[in-house]
Every structure is written in structure tokens, then in C-alpha cells.
Design a protein around this ligand. Structure first.
Ligand code: NIG
Ligand code: FE
Length: 416
């Protein structure tokens, strides 16, 4: 049976090559006024003007889009969706002048989420994550990456990754799991008798091999930042991850420039994320590589940091930019993915087309899925989101609003 999505005000296709869009390519969102999409099973079979598709598929079942904007489902390529308690007390501490790293040094920040997660059961974490991710889906996200990283012991990391595995079965969204055992140096490895070297060795020789053997992650990620993991440690840990068949991601140059973006390019990482403090050489390195520059403007907003990532410089240099929510309890407790589009336009000075491509096709590329999702073209997965607006530019404009009315993944209802 064919499904025909009709009666749109605009169809946004993001159609183009099945790879990350870079530089000026990012300005092509592919808007078709009153466009329609034909879907058979889990695949898109045709995209075009409604009259033409109605002629080609006369027997199709119609899905009325109520004059909304129909677009590729949004791809959120960076979240820390497995956590327990909220951390609202840190927001006030920062307002009073205590920095993010200082809060971590006092045992708060990531450490407080680690202490909390270790005390929780797998079932408890699953029941907390489920509605949070359903709310993310309600905003139009059809593919989401979820990291572990608040366990920092073999058992607690495996527990977190098993929660992600259960969510993959329970939720219609496409979920990509990432192992982030290198999110912090756990407190128990910071003082004698144990050393940080022992934790790095544990990551290399036990945690990564186990995670890979149990096929619980596609990516390995690391917080490569002064005060957290050094460049040398990052090389060792990601080297081990690669040897075990994991693809690579880095939290890079988030707060201070340290050469992390350059290292991401050198290692052939799929993405380098954050980049608010990237240097000029880092920009050049990413532009000359296939590593996607994933920007997380919600994080800089929530932390109250003065500087957003240099999106314009990255795009001008020819890099591929993606946008993601960084959904996590410490630095970006939001599931409102369209709000990232607002920040991209108003703070990163991206065009609406650039922001939308960054949130779809380039998000997919940041997950190694550029040939599967992120665009509406024949052969791609039928991952669609419908928004109650008449023009794509309204999506970043009505900021903080909730305009997604329905979404589909692999041709099946995801939200609404
Ligand atoms: O992406 N920067 C490191 N990790 C997260 C924050 C984690 C936390 O504070 O709990 C981030 O911002
Ligand atoms: Fe993050």
C-alpha cells in the first residue's frame, strides 16, 4: 500500500547527496510549495508536486497534512539521555558566579549525576528516560543519539547502555547508542591509592572491549577538555575504541581551546561536538576533514557563557555543521529541539536553511546515517515530521513553542 502525504503548505526535502553538506551546500533546504511525499512500507518512493504524485499514485491512501510544513524528521545527534535526578541547584550557583568547572571541582556537576545514577536500578533509569525521550520525539525528533557516561564503572556503564537498548525496543524513534565512559575521571580514581592512569587503563582494557563485545554502542565519545581528559589520554582511549570497531566522537573545545578539534580531524572522528572555544587552526582542520562540526547552542545559553561557537567561520571555511540539543541534566536540560534552530539563527547567525540542514541531513551524517535519514528523497527511510506552521521560517521564529503535530519513523507513527 502507498501512503501519500498531501495538503502541505510547504514540503522541505533537504534533498541532496547522501553525505554531510558543507559550506554553501548548507543553504539548500529544498522547499517545494504544496509538495507531497509517497511512502511504501518503510521507504520514501517519490517526492514532488502534489498534482504530479496524485497522478502517479491514484490508489494511495492519503495523509492530510492540514496545510502544515512537512519535513524530514529532526536528528538530534548528541544527548546524554540516561540520568537520574535533575541538577537545578547548579543553575543558581552559576548565577552567583561559580563556574561550571568549579562546581565539578567541588564534586558537583557530572560527579553528582554519577553518584545518583550508580544508586539507581536499570528499571528506575528506564522509567525516567522513557517520558523524557517521548517529549523529545514530540518536538519532531525521529532519530536520537543517546550517550552513557554517568556510570563510570563497568557495571554502571553497561547498565546505562542496556537502558538505551530497552528504549530502542520501546520507542519508535531510531536510537543510536554511544559509550561515554570517558565523560569524567571518577572521584575514586583521583586520590591515592588509585590513579587516573588506572581509570584510563580500565577504559582501554576492560570497558571498551566489553561494550564492543556486547554490541551495546556504535560510537565511543570522550570529554577532551583541559581539566578533564588530555589530548594524550584521548588518543589512547579513542585508539582502543577504534580497534574494537567503534566509531568516534569527541566533546571538543567546549570551554577552552586545546587542540581537541584538530585531534578529532586527525583521528577521523565522525563528529567533533561543542566547539564554542575552537581555534582558527581547529576550524581549518575540521573544514579539511570529513568530521562533522556539531554545535550545541542550548548549552552555551544555559551555562550563561558569553561566546557561542563560530558557526559562520566554520561554514565559510567549508566545514559541515550539525546542530544538536546536548540534552543532559547539567548543561542543557531541554527537549525542545526546534529551540536549537532559534539559537542557530539568532545567536549563531545561520540562515534558516543552514540551521534546518544542520538539524536533519548533517545530524544524520554526524551519526553515520546520511544515506538512511535526514532527507526526503526516494530510497530514504520514511522519517517525517509535520509542523503546524505555514512557512519553514516560522519554526525558529515562534521560539520555545511546540509546533510538531505528528511524526513518522520508517513509515510508522512516532508521535501524534
Ligand atoms: O555536553 N561537557 C560535558 N558533558 C556534558 C555535560 C554533562 C553534565 O554537566 O552533566 C555536555 O555539556
Ligand atoms: Fe555533551
Amino acid at each position: 500500500m502507498t501512503l501519500l502525504f498531501v495538503n502541505t503548505s510547504q514540503l522541505v526535502t533537504c534533498a541532496g547527496p547522501a553525505r554531510a553538506r558543507r559550506g554553501p551546500e548548507m543553504n539548500e533546504a529544498g522547499v517545494i510549495p504544496n509538495g507531497a511525499v509517497a511512502v511504501e512500507g518503510d521507504r520514501i518512493v517519490a517526492v514532488g508536486r502534489q498534482a504530479e504524485l496524485e497522478g502517479r499514485f491514484p490508489a494511495a491512501e492519503r495523509v492530510d497534512c492540514a496545510l502544515g510544513v512537512l519535513a524530514p524528521g529532526l536528528v538530534d545527534s548528541h544527548t546524554h539521555g540516561i540520568f537520574g535526578k535533575a541538577r537545578f541547584e547548579e543553575q543558581e550557583l552559576r548565577a552567583a558566579g561559580v563556574g561550571y568547572m568549579e562546581i565539578a571541582r567541588r564534586g558537583g556537576g557530572i560527579h553528582s549525576s554519577v553518584k545518583d545514577l550508580r544508586a539507581r536500578t536499570e528499571d528506575d533509569l528506564y522509567l525516567l528516560a522513557l517520558p523524557r525521550l517521548q517529549r523529545l520525539a514530540a518536538h519532531g525528533v525521529t532519530t536520537v543519539e543517546i550517550k552513557s557516561g554517568y556510570g563510570l564503572t563497568l557495571d554502571d556503564e553497561l547498565k546505562s547502555l542496556r537502558v538505551i537498548q530497552r528504549l530502542q525496543t520501546a520507542l519508535p524513534m531510531r536510537i543510536v547508542p554511544t559509550f561515554l565512559g570517558a565523560h569524567e575521571i571518577p572521584l575514586e580514581f583521583r586520590a591515592a591509592p588509585r590513579t587516573r592512569e588506572e581509570y584510563v587503563a580500565l577504559l582501554e582494557h576492560e570497558m571498551i572491549p566489553q561494550v564492543a563485545a556486547q554490541r551495546l554502542a556504535v560510537f565511543a565519545d570522550i570529554f577532551c577538555e583541559p581539566g578533564v581528559y588530555t589530548l594524550d589520554e584521548t588518543r589512547r582511549i579513542l585508539g582502543a575504541a577504534r580497534r574494537h570497531g567503534l566509531l568516534l566522537k569527541l566533546h571538543a573545545d567546549e570551554l577552552e581551546p586545546s587542540g581537541a578539534a584538530e585531534l578529532a580531524a586527525e583521528l577521523g572522528a565522525t563528529s567533533a561536538d561543542h566547539l564554542a572555544a575552537i581555534s582558527d587552526t581547529g576550524i581549518k582542520a575540521l573544514a579539511a576533514s570529513d568530521t562533522v562540526a556539531t554545535l550545541l547552542p542550548g548549552t552555551m545559553l544555559f551555562l550563561g557563557r558569553p561566546r557561542q561557537a563560530p558557526a559562520r567561520d566554520l561554514i565559510a571555511a567549508g566545514a559541515a555543521v550539525a546542530l544538536a540539543s546536548d540534552f543532559n541534566p547539567g548543561t542543557s536540560p531541554t527537549v525542545n529541539f526546534p529551540l536549537m534552530l532559534t539559537l542557530a539563527v539568532s545567536q549563531l547567525r545561520m540562515s534558516v536553511a543552514e540551521a534546518f540542514v544542520a538539524a536533519t541531513a548533517n545530524g544524520a551524517a554526524a551519526l553515520g546515517l546520511a544515506a538512511e535519514t535526514g532527507q526526503l528523497s526516494p530510497g530514504f527511510s520514511a522519517d517525517l515530521a509535520l509542523f503546524d506552521i505555514g512557512d519553514l521560517r516560522e519554526l525558529p521564529y515562534w521560539y520555545g513553542d511546540h509546533r510538531c503535530t505528528r511524526s513518522w519513523v520508517r513509515g510508522k507513527a512516532c508521535h501524534g
